[in-house]
Design a protein around this ligand. Structure first.
Ligand code: ARG
Length: 487
């Protein structure tokens, strides 16, 4: 569906002559200032397909209640189909005289059906409509976000598969700590994404509640069928409390928490790529198609995608804050404040739909400089823990083993040598427990090969981890492809 240019809608606002849903008791039209403040159609227009799906279900309910004849229902459904097609093609567009998406679509229906179009509003309010539309929109787009997350996870997992036994200097505090495999490191970025997918599905189950039938807040005196409507719109059940149904925006806040956390995960990945591609690290080279240059420094190759991932986490976190703050202190049931829920929610979806494919492409096409990683891995006495563990296996208490290894490191610093370059005499000088056979554990390969417990960084457990990750991603692909609003 074509977007709506905010400016074209908010400029030339004719405060009079509006297509209003509520003018009956008012002597005149709204002031220009109120109309400008109130209008939301420039951003809520994207809810149109979901609003029309709700209208179809509601029309059937009215017919079931004897409030529309079978002939009227037929004409109503045909007009809704026609309106939907006209919205999709851009032939029908909202104008600034339409306060919101619901107003615009009622106008479209009246244009097609005359007075019959006015029958659809019975038993329904914009309050239950907008809550329904937003649930449908977000449930639908949660699948889209999930699909893009899976593509990024796939790219990371594929790179991990190519580097199951590539050594890398594992870090804590951004200081060399212990050798790890680069595959393990890349998979450490996949697990947060798997948890994000889990959160989306978990959220979706709680969001699968239909507000339609709740009306403005008190339900309806007309014989509606909220359970039937819920089913038709792909919801698990109708709302249990009509006031809660129109007042609840937990589903927006929760969605925004998930997208904020996704933003944080992408930001952390982005920061690492910025480091990895720096001259100082030089572990990764980005494909030209996923890097940018400088307008003044011809030699530059920048990781802008990674930086934008880091930067966009700000607006994702901000969206959550704005909705939580907006909701705080709202009295039951619907309040107009809640119109402010949409832009942060839409922005979160748009941001992730834009960012995730770029990140996935960047990761999929990056070249890992294995030789640079290998050279960096033993730097900084990263095998010291191997010495301590070797002593522990000889029966030395870890406290003492730690002390002894510390002395060995101090000696290496004085001698300006690596751990495995210490002479036999120096070894015994540091501790009688040390002998030349300690050199057997002083290689990155042996350190990594010794990590065999499930979940650890050795090539064996990483290969197992990869199998499991790929199986999980295959399951997630099915969930992401689910259709939310059946037709
Ligand atoms: N545009 C409104 C919103 O997004 C629709 C509901 C308006 N309801 C009302 N009673 N004014 O919240």
């Amino acid at each position: 569906m074509g977007g709506v240019d905010d400016k074209s809608l908010t400029e030339n606002s004719a405060a009079t002559n509006r297509t209003s849903l509520w003018g009956g008791r008012f002597a005149g039209g709204p002031s220009e200032a109120l109309a400008r403040l109130s209008v939301s159609v420039q951003f809520d227009w994207r809810l149109a397909p979901y609003d029309i799906a709700g209208s179809r279900a509601h029309a059937r309910v009215l017919a079931g209640a004897g409030l529309l004849t079978p002939d009227e229902l037929g004409r109503m459904l045909a007009a809704l189909d026609d309106l939907e097609a006209a919205c999709a093609s851009g032939e029908f567009r909202p104008t600034v005289e339409d306060e919101d998406v619901h107003t615009a679509l009622e106008r479209g229906l009246l244009e097609r059906l005359g007075t019959l179009g006015g029958k659809l509003r019975a038993g329904r309010s914009r309050n239950d409509q907008v809550a329904t539309d937003l649930r449908l929109y977000l449930r639908d787009h949660a699948r889209g976000v999930a699909a893009r997350l899976i593509e990024l996870a796939d790219a990371l997992a594929d790179q991990a598969g190519a580097h199951v036994d590539t050594p890398a200097p594992g870090m804590t505090h951004l200081q060399h700590a212990q050798p790890v495999t680069f595959g393990h490191w890349l998979l450490a970025h996949v697990h947060p994404l798997l948890r994000d997918l889990d959160r989306l599905r978990d959220w979706d189950a709680r969001t699968s509640v239909s507000p339609l039938g709740s009306g403005a807040l008190a339900g309806s005196s007309l014989p509606l069928d909220p359970a039937g409507v819920a089913k038709e719109l792909g919801f698990a059940r109708p709302a249990a409390n009509s006031m809660d149904a129109v007042a609840d925006r937990d589903f927006v806040a929760e969605f925004l928490f998930i997208t904020a956390l996704i933003g944080v995960h992408l930001s952390r990945l982005g920061e690492e790529v910025v480091l990895w591609t720096s001259q100082e690290f030089g572990w990764v080279e980005l494909d030209d198609a996923f890097a940018t240059g400088s307008s003044i420094m011809p030699q530059k190759k920048n990781a802008d995608i990674a930086e934008l991932a880091r930067g966009k986490s700000g607006r994702l976190v901000g969206g959550l804050m704005s909705v939580l703050t907006m909701l705080k202190g709202l009295p039951m049931a619907y309040d107009r404040d809640m119109q402010e829920d949409k832009e942060p929610a839409f922005d979160a979806v748009d941001t992730l739909e834009l960012l995730l494919p770029a990140l996935a492409g960047m990761i999929a096409t990056m070249t890992v400089r294995v030789e640079r990683l290998a050279a960096a891995t033993p730097v900084g006495y990263s095998l010291a823990t191997e010495v301590a563990d070797w002593l522990v296996r000889k029966g030395v208490p870890f406290r003492e083993a730690h002390e002894v290894t510390g002395k060995l490191v101090a000696l290496c610093a004085v001698r300006e040598c690596e751990l495995d370059e210490v002479s036999d005499e120096d070894l015994t000088l540091v501790s009688p427990h040390l002998d030349p056979s300690v050199r057997d554990v002083l290689s990155v390969r042996s350190a990594l090969a010794g990590r065999t417990t499930p979940g650890s960084t050795g090539p064996g457990p990483v290969a197992d981890q990869l199998v499991s990750v790929n199986e999980q991603l295959a399951d997630w692909r099915q969930w992401a492809a689910e259709v939310v609003v059946p037709r």
